[in-house]
Design a binder for this molecule. Structure first.
Ligand SMILES: [Zn+2]
Length: 181
């Protein structure tokens, strides 16, 4: 089974990586079902490219997210984190596929702000859940078109800082277009 860790270079698994592998082995069908749903199955790099730019050789390791949140959060609480710069990213539940790209603090904050503005577009408190989900899908499609991205690449978790800012501008345009319709 490919756990998403580098296959080219032998990877010494830490205790936490080992327990993640065990957890995946124990998910049974859930792992396969989860993988089938992920359109963009990226794998995590072994050494941090952000640190490499600064001439440092920092390894990316798997840890429980209590190391960054102070307590274990979510049903699948593993994250990839760089030992050097501490940039981190979560994983799709029941898999080792990273949720988007690792980001620095500034980018993570901006993703939250920009996604909040996007959510304001579609999230209607009194709507039924199914309607909200349909609305969200529709607005993601509009946002992808407006940003010239493929639908599967249009996720706030994958945006860099500049893309977050661009997304906010697009959200304003989408809102105005809809007003004029
Ligand atoms: Zn790093």
């Amino acid at each position: 089974m490919n756990f998403g860790f580098s296959r080219n270079r032998p990877y010494t698994l830490s205790d936490e990586q080992n327990s993640l592998c065990t957890a995946i082995a124990n998910t049974g069908k859930k792992n396969k079902e989860a993988l089938d749903k992920i359109e963009n199955k990226t794998s995590m790099e072994e050494y941090c490219s952000f640190c490499a730019e600064k001439g440092q050789n920092s390894k990316i390791i798997v840890v429980n997210n209590k190391q960054v949140y102070g307590r274990s959060v979510g049903k699948w609480s593993w994250i990839y984190i760089c030992r050097g710069c501490r940039q981190y990213v979560g994983m799709h539940p029941y898999t080792t596929v990273p949720l988007g790209l690792r980001a620095d603090f500034k980018t993570r904050q901006q993703r939250i702000i920009s996604k909040g503005k996007f959510n304001d577009l579609w999230y209607l408190r009194r709507q039924k859940h199914e309607i909200s989900v349909r609305m969200r899908t529709m607005y993601y499609k509009l946002l992808a078109e407006e940003m010239n991205l493929k639908k599967e690449d249009c996720h706030f978790g994958m945006f860099d800082y500049e893309q977050c800012i661009e997304a906010e501008k697009c959200i304003i345009r989408i809102r105005e277009n809809l007003k004029n319709e």
